[in-house]
Structure formats: structure tokens, C-alpha cells
Design a protein around this ligand. Structure first.
Ligand code: NAD
Length: 368
């Protein structure tokens, strides 16, 4: 593409990170931004994510070659309706970043198609519990799936134009049907969030009667409930725009719980063993376990003794290697050393860290 104007609507975590990714491969493109609140607008301007910013959505729309809607799902639908009423470039391409796709794509068919506006749905499948421009990260989408969903409003050039525009994200572009997108994400994302919050709410209520619940919750419980810390507004929007698929997953899960409850009631140890074994085998075969899933992080695990300065010693060895996260998984048992889990963004960083720790410390280090 020759020099283009890109209009990013919503300068939150996703919109600002997209702006950074676009700049990486297209430094000459003009990036304009919309944001309702002043804070993210100011940050995006100060840090140079965008060249100009406004709080009036319609202001920059007619200048844009590409418009990326990166606001909450309901607001995305409202802006799609509004775009159909605004004079736009005849070649404009509109896309979005919403976490559910069917409702947005249906709105595009209803409002943009009759106006002859080119639209393709988009869902960059990476995120964080953080929000706003302050959390922008040029590497947020690295190795993550970036899903495109075609609709009746999608013209032939939409996909190649967008994959070129977004090449600096280093994401893995894939195209699927919007309904299938919502079905699959209901299983691997939307329903797990319902489950994590249910578990957390259950444990919280139980702790009133059994206060040790809070003390004994350890690594497994923490892993199961991490996503319960997500932003409630976004997840409410997701359930409101993908109700059928999520309800179906809930109902199917209830049958699974009933099945294992029956096996426990009947003391059917073979059934129980098979239940756990199937879960273990299925997880091993899943893409997340091969380090190529939607989560682009790479982890090492170091068995550390309960000694002073041991963590500092390890971090000192990792100087110069970019660390994404550090976690100490206490085992709640005095006879077992804690497990230090360090997360890296790239495979190269992980390999370097593994080698340096293995060569310079006596601690057992593993990559799973
Ligand atoms: P965010 O809270 O960081 O940013 C959302 C932006 O939208 C903010 O700048 C806010 O000012 C603006 N906004 C909110 N309500 C608005 C309204 N009514 N009118 C106008 N502007 C409004 O959120 P985000 O994580 O960047 O999410 C943006 C979109 O990306 C959502 O559709 C979300 O479903 C999708 N998404 C999020 C994630 C994630 O994990 N955070 C991942 C993939 C896709």
C-alpha cells in the first residue's frame, strides 16, 4: 500500500496496541484515533501511537482508508450503524476487534452492505487483564491468532489489504465463519470465564463458613481462577452477544458434572480414573501444550530451595533477557521447594534462559 490513513476507533489496550503494530511495518502511514475519554487520548498522542486524536467519532471517518473499531461490542455495532450515514471514501475498508463476531457481522450486513461499504470482521486473540492506552504493547499479538470473519459486505480485497496493514503485529492470520468463531470461542474462552468466576464465587461463599479455604487455595486453584480477575464489563458484553453458544456449553457441562457425580456416588473408581485420564490426555494433545496456541508466552519452571536471595540470584543471571512474568508456586508443603515460574515472550529468550540457569545454578530447571 502507498501512504494511507488509518483511523483507530477506541484507543484502549487493543486499539493502541494495534496502532503500535501498524507503525512497526508502516511508519509512513497516518494514524488517527478516536477515544471517548481524555486519558487514553492524551497517552496515545504523547507516546506517538496516533498522529491526531478526537473525541468526535465522525470527525476523521471520511479521511480514512481503513477504519478499525476497537471499542466494546455494543458500541462497535452502534458505530457500524453510524458509519452507514457518514460520507466515507468509496474505497474505505472497515474492520473491528470485538471478541464476539456474529452480532457485529450481522450489523455490518444490515447497515454497511446496503451502503456499499467494505467490511470484514476481526478478532485479535490476545489480551490482558489490563486496559487503556497505558497498557499498549507492540508485542501483544505476537504469535497469537488474528481471526478474520467475512460477511456479505466483504469485498475481495479486504483480507489482503488487512493482512498487509497488520503485518507488523506478527500475528497468525486465519479466516473462519463468524458463527463458527462464536461457537469455538464459547468453548475455549467464554464458558471458561463463566466457570472461573463460578468457582471463585463458590469458594468465596464457602470461606465464610470455612475460613481455611482462603489459606489452602494454592497453585491449582489459582491456575483455574486466574481469569476471574478479568474486566466484568467486557465479559458481560461477550455473554450478551453470544448467549446461545454459551448456554449450550453450560448445559453440556452440567451433564458432565452429573456424570462424574454419579460415578462418585456409585464409587465407580474405573469411571473416575478414566475421567481424569481422558482430561490429561486431551490436554497433552492440545495446541496450548505445544507452545503454539493463542497464548504466546513461554514458561520455564525452576525448583528453588527456600533460601535467601535465591530469586535475586536467578534474575541476575537473566539480565538482558526480556521477562514477561514471574510467579512463585508455593507447594504449601515444607518438604517441597517452591517452583519459580518465569514467562518469556519468545522461544529464543526461553532457550537462552534455560541454558544459563542450567549451566550456572544447581537448581532443576524444566520446560514443559
Ligand atoms: P479497553 O477498555 O482497553 O478499551 C476500550 C476503549 O473503548 C476505551 O478506550 C474506551 O474509552 C472506549 N469506550 C468504552 N465504551 C465506550 C463507549 N460507549 N463509546 C465510545 N468509546 C467507548 O478495552 P479493549 O481491551 O481494548 O477492548 C476493545 C475491544 O477489543 C472490545 O470489543 C473487546 O471485546 C475486544 N478485545 C479485547 C481483548 C482483551 O483481552 N482485552 C482481546 C481481544 C479483543
Amino acid at each position: 500500500m502507498s501512504q494511507k490513513t488509518v483511523y483507530i476507533v477506541g484507543l484502549g489496550l487493543i486499539g493502541s496496541s494495534l496502532a503500535l503494530g501498524i507503525r512497526r511495518d508502516h511508519p509512513d502511514y497516518r494514524i488517527l484515533g478516536y477515544n471517548r475519554s481524555r486519558k487514553s487520548r492524551d497517552i496515545a498522542l504523547e507516546k506517538g501511537f496516533v498522529d491526531e486524536a478526537t473525541d468526535r467519532f465522525a470527525l476523521f471517518a471520511s479521511q480514512a482508508d481503513v477504519i478499525i473499531l476497537a471499542v466494546p461490542i455494543e458500541q462497535t455495532i452502534d458505530f457500524i450503524k453510524e458509519l452507514a450515514q457518514i460520507p466515507l471514501k468509496s474505497t474505505v475498508l472497515v474492520t473491528d476487534a470485538g471478541s464476539t463476531k456474529l452480532a457485529i457481522c450481522q450489523a455490518a450486513d444490515a447497515y454497511l452492505k446496503p451502503a456499499g461499504i467494505n467490511f470484514i470482521g476481526g478478532h485479535p486473540m490476545a489480551g490482558s487483564h489490563k486496559s487503556g492506552a497505558i497498557a499498549a504493547d507492540v508485542n501483544l499479538f505476537e504469535n497469537a491468532y488474528y481471526i478474520f470473519t467475512k460477511t456479505a459486505a466483504t469485498k475481495m480485497d479486504a483480507l489482503p489489504r488487512l493482512t498487509d496493514l497488520l503485518s507488523g503485529l506478527h500475528a497468525r492470520f486465519i479466516e473462519i465463519d463468524p458463527q463458527e468463531h462464536d461457537r469455538v470461542t464459547s468453548q475455549v474462552s467464554h464458558f471458561p470465564h463463566v466457570l472461573a468466576s463460578s468457582l471463585m464465587n463458590q469458594a468465596g461463599d464457602y470461606a465464610f463458613e470455612h475460613p481455611f479455604t482462603n489459606n489452602f487455595a494454592a497453585g491449582g486453584f489459582r491456575d483455574m481462577t486466574r481469569i476471574a480477575e478479568s474486566e466484568p464489563g467486557m465479559w458481560t458484553s461477550i455473554l450478551m452477544t453470544n448467549p446461545d453458544a454459551v448456554l449450550e456449553r453450560i448445559s453440556e457441562f452440567q451433564s458432565r458434572l452429573n456424570e462424574i457425580a454419579d460415578a462418585i456416588r456409585l464409587r465407580n473408581s474405573e469411571h473416575i480414573w478414566n475421567f481424569f485420564d481422558k482430561g490429561r490426555q486431551t490436554r497433552k494433545e492440545m495446541e496450548i501444550h505445544k507452545r503454539a496456541g493463542v497464548d504466546s508466552f513461554y514458561d520455564i519452571y525452576i525448583n528453588v530451595p527456600d533460601q535467601e536471595d535465591v530469586i535475586l540470584e536467578i534474575l541476575e543471571l537473566l539480565r538482558g533477557i526480556s521477562v514477561v512474568n514471574i510467579r512463585i508456586n508455593e507447594e504449601n508443603r515444607e518438604d517441597i521447594a517452591g517452583i519459580l515460574q518465569i514467562t518469556f515472550k519468545t522461544r529464543e529468550d526461553l532457550d537462552r534462559a534455560f541454558q544459563v540457569i542450567r549451566d550456572h545454578t544447581p537448581y532443576q530447571v524444566t520446560i514443559t
